[in-house]
Design a protein around this ligand. Structure first.
Ligand SMILES: [Zn+2]
Ligand SMILES: [Zn+2]
Length: 179
């Protein structure tokens, strides 16, 4: 059991480390500029946590981020990551995926505060952020009818992403041929 957990962590860590190589430097540059304009400090740790999240192709948990961060910052502790996450959430650079308690980078981090609809793949952990003003305003209209004032939305859908469902289809076809 413990072995399984360790293997899982090593795997998650590898994904994060490998993915940092695919980092989009423009995104980092963009948040650096936003922070400078807002007069907030993007410390090296905050920046590294952001880069780990934005370069990962799946939502990353705080624990995975800590393990990956330790590579450059061996002294990093859980509060280091939580503080960095709080900052990034507050600035709107990342979103928390509530149902899996993990984090993704925002697809429009320079935009105003917004609510998104998250499509979460249960097979690969990929999360797609969909922004639909229309959808959110329809939810707000419904709430208004009940005199209800919305302060926060958590709109998350679970399922299978396009890549994973095409893999499932291919497997089924191969199985059919094997018969
Ligand atoms: Zn967003
Ligand atoms: Zn998937």
């Amino acid at each position: 059991m413990l072995h399984d957990i360790t293997l899982g962590l090593v795997y998650a860590y590898k994904i994060l480390v490998v993915k940092v190589m695919n980092l989009d430097h423009n995104l980092t540059k963009q948040i650096e500029e936003i922070c400078a304009a807002r007069g907030v400090r993007l410390t090296s740790q905050r920046k590294q946590v952001f880069e780990l999240i934005s370069s990962s192709n799946k939502a990353a948990s705080a624990y995975e981020l800590l393990e990956a961060l330790k590579k450059n910052e061996p002294q990093a502790k859980p509060p280091t990551v939580y503080r960095a996450l709080d900052f990034l959430l507050e600035q709107g650079f990342i979103h928390r995926v509530e149902s899996t308690n993990s984090f993704i980078s925002c697809c429009s981090c320079n935009a105003h505060k917004h609510f998104s609809h998250l499509l979460i793949c249960d097979k690969c952990g990929d999360v797609i952020e969909v922004q639909s003003e229309h959808f959110i305003s329809s939810l707000e209209d419904n709430a208004e009818k009940h005199g209800f004032q919305i302060t926060n939305h958590v709109i998350e859908s679970h399922g299978t992403c396009q890549i994973c469902s095409s893999e499932i289809n291919n497997e089924t076809i191969e199985e059919d041929y094997a018969r």
